[in-house]
Design a protein around this ligand. Structure first.
Ligand SMILES: [Zn+2]
Length: 303
């Protein structure tokens, strides 16, 4: 049995301190995270309330048509399985140019970059790799390796830099679609939609699309697609990931505040139907083996 303080639908728990990706869920919803009498958390209730099916379907149709008509698309590619599968999906849907963009914050293993480049090339998607200039690279490294506990988590700084670099590439390519492989809403904005309009530094209007979420793709769909062209994501020291920062942060946060940051991303993947709750719990244990006791306290009875 769980302790009755974990949401029945996702992985959120009462008293949880969101750490890694506060922007993934609008602050007005997070501020009131609580479980109701039925054991369902307020984030789950908000997702259910704010998801408007006809709008979702119309957006999906709109994006398919724009790809079909050959509008240039930039796909954000972290080198992980979701973004590689998304690159393949976009290539299949698009009649126009598709380019991948990987932002190497200094903590992406060279093998991940290399594997992503080779795989995308096989798919017919050239990969651009962006890197921070020298003072910024050092500043980010010290955020990760010598963190200030009162400062925002390093993934926030990375996301801001990555967004800016990606928007510059959108300008350079004259792309009209910017596509991510993330499965949750609002990673970049405060709007509860899987596609939102952005303005680039060059003044261009671009549609940001969370494609797997928009199209209702599940993890099983992703693995099927990857199996078709034989892509296996990199494995690193027990944590399957493409960036070393979450693992580095995880250890510190787990010790300092008794929270596993990966829980947040996995919980959001449950909310949007990408993973089942049981799949997400299994994956959480696999991603944070050193935090097993902490996880047992939350999910021990459900494994
Ligand atoms: Zn929930």
């Amino acid at each position: 049995m769980s302790h009755g303080r974990v949401c029945r639908r996702c992985l959120n728990y009462a008293g949880m301190r969101f750490f890694l990706n506060p922007r993934h869920v609008p602050a007005r919803i997070l501020a009131h995270l609580a479980l109701d009498e039925d054991g369902v958390c307020s984030v789950c209730r908000a997702y259910a309330r704010e998801r408007v099916e006809p709008l979702h379907a119309a957006l999906a149709q709109h994006v398919r048509e724009r790809l079909h008509h050959g509008e240039p698309a930039l796909v954000l590619c972290s080198g992980g399985k979701d973004s590689v599968a998304t690159s393949a999906l976009v290539r299949g849907l698009s009649a126009g140019p598709v380019v991948g963009f990987l932002y190497d914050n200094g903590f992406i293993p060279a093998a991940v970059v290399e594997r992503a480049a080779v795989t995308l090339e096989q798919l017919g998607v050239p990969l651009l790799v962006g890197r921070p200039q020298e003072p910024a690279r050092r500043a980010f490294a010290s955020l990760v390796l010598a963190p200030d506990p009162s400062a925002p988590p390093p993934c926030e700084a990375c996301a801001q830099a990555m967004v800016l670099e990606a928007l510059h590439e959108v300008d350079a390519l004259e792309a009209t679609l910017l596509i991510t492989g993330s499965n949750y809403w609002a990673a970049w904005t405060d709007q509860p939609l899987p596609a939102v309009g952005l303005r680039t530094p060059g003044g261009r209007d671009v549609l940001l699309v969370h494609l797997p979420y928009l199209l209702g793709r599940t993890r099983a769909d992703t693995l099927d697609l990857l199996g078709e062209f034989g892509f296996a994501p990199a494995q690193m020291a027990g944590v399957s990931s493409n960036c070393r920062v979450p693992a580095l942060v995880q250890e510190r946060v787990s010790q300092d505040v008794g929270h596993v940051p990966e829980l947040e991303d996995l919980s959001l993947e449950v909310l949007v139907g990408h993973l089942t709750r049981a799949e997400a719990i299994r994956e959480l244990y696999a991603k944070a083996p050193a935090q097993r006791r902490l996880l047992d306290g939350l999910f021990g009875g459900e494994r």
